[in-house]
Design a protein around this ligand. Structure first.
Ligand code: TRP
Length: 364
């Protein structure tokens, strides 16, 4: 449980972060070359339209604006909240294809995974030495995850993965981290690590940048059952689903008994959700869409949503089909991304080792 003082402080960091957003976007448009983005996700399953509209779409936008991007599939972080098993392999495959399908261009964006970049683990060690146990224990996101897992035996990795995440971000000198509100505590740990490493080993020089969070849209989509979209709930439209699977899923979406369709997010969240989704795909307002359906009821609304979504997803599906024809190329994307990430990470680790006085052979 968070104490009131901790809650107040977490809230004020979030508000400060939100206030930074318009200025940050302005800077991004004016000078995209100034930024290097590092972001990604745990490899706990394929990506769905909630991920897409909440964050993935933004990455393609940033990429196409000319921002350099590193995308991490955090497979070592995935083992904080589940047992490692074969599903990790499927997740990596699916996420890789999801990235390519949405328009991530492997010629300009670097895709890699934790487990194949050993220098990340090496950086984690000195990073761990500059944070205190109580700082780790205060992290609100970690606390939430522990509470949600309902377990009393908390692993060492659960407590320290935010410092591993600091290595993810700092190895490539990432200065911008797109993510949700839950990532803010991790970005704050990263800033702390950067500052302390700079002071301790780099004479106060800004060797490591202090990154900022670029807040994504709060997840505005619910699953078809009206609950949060989630992989275990069987209620999400996955990017890898076919048009027919999407149709079947939307057909069984929960609505209410009122025939006339209106946009009232508070009173009619399920109907509003379908309207929001249609609006995201068509760039028409939910009110306008509601008026068009009017008295024709939920069945017509669902047809409209299905059409709009399938139309929107068509180029994404086409790109996926193309890549899937040649999985060797897909794995080469990862292979090349991993090679690039390793080169960058080894360079950073070399600098850090030298700064710590551990470059025994080169300094003789
Ligand atoms: N913590 C992120 C998640 O829960 C995944 C992640 C790992 C990440 N390393 C990162 C996100 C670095 C942004 C930056 O999905």
């Amino acid at each position: 449980m968070m104490s009131t003082a901790e809650e107040v402080s977490a809230n004020s960091s979030f508000i400060a972060c939100q206030q930074r957003m318009p200025g940050l976007w302005r800077e991004l448009h004016e000078n995209p070359g100034k930024f290097r983005v590092l972001t990604g996700e745990r490899t706990t399953g394929a990506l769905h339209i909630g991920h897409y509209f909440g964050s993935l779409r933004n990455r393609v936008l940033l990429q196409d604006m000319g921002v350099e991007i590193f995308l991490i599939m955090a497979d070592y972080q995935a083992i904080t909240d589940r047992d490692a098993d074969d599903a990790i392999r499927d997740s990596v495959r699916n996420i890789l294809l999801d990235y390519l399908a949405i328009g991530i261009d492997p010629e300009v964006t670097t895709i890699f995974c934790h487990s194949m970049v050993p220098a990340l683990n090496q950086l984690m060690l000195p990073f761990l030495s500059v944070v205190t146990l109580s700082e780790l224990q205060r992290n609100p996101t970690v606390k939430d995850e522990i509470a949600q897992s309902g377990t009393r035996s908390v692993s060492g990795l659960m407590m320290t993965y935010p410092v591993h995440q600091a290595a993810d971000i700092l190895f490539c000198h990432g200065n911008l981290v797109p993510g949700g509100k839950d990532q803010l505590p991790h970005v704050e740990v990263t800033r702390l690590v950067a500052r302390r490493m700079n002071n301790l080993y780099f004479g106060g020089e800004q060797y490591f940048p202090e990154p900022e969070l670029l807040l994504g849209a709060t997840p505005l989509l619910l699953g078809v059952d009206g609950r949060k979209m989630g992989k275990s709930l069987n209620n999400a439209v996955y990017l890898r689903m076919s048009a027919d699977e999407t149709r079947a899923l939307i057909r069984r979406a929960k609505t209410d008994s009122e025939r006339r369709i209106t946009f009232e997010p508070q009173e009619r969240p399920e109907v509003a959700n379908l309207l929001q989704l249609t609006s995201l795909c068509t760039e028409r307002t939910p009110e306008d869409l509601a008026a068009e359906v009017g008295d024709q009821g939920a069945r017509v609304l669902k047809e409209m949503t299905t059409e709009a979504l399938n139309e929107y997803l068509r180029p994404i599906r086409d790109r996926r089909t193309e890549w899937e024809k040649n999985m060797a190329d897909v794995w080469d994307v990862l292979r090349n991304g991993v090679a690039k990430a390793n080169a960058v990470a080894d360079e950073t680790l070399g600098r850090v080792r030298a700064a710590m006085g551990m470059d025994y052979f080169t300094s003789q």
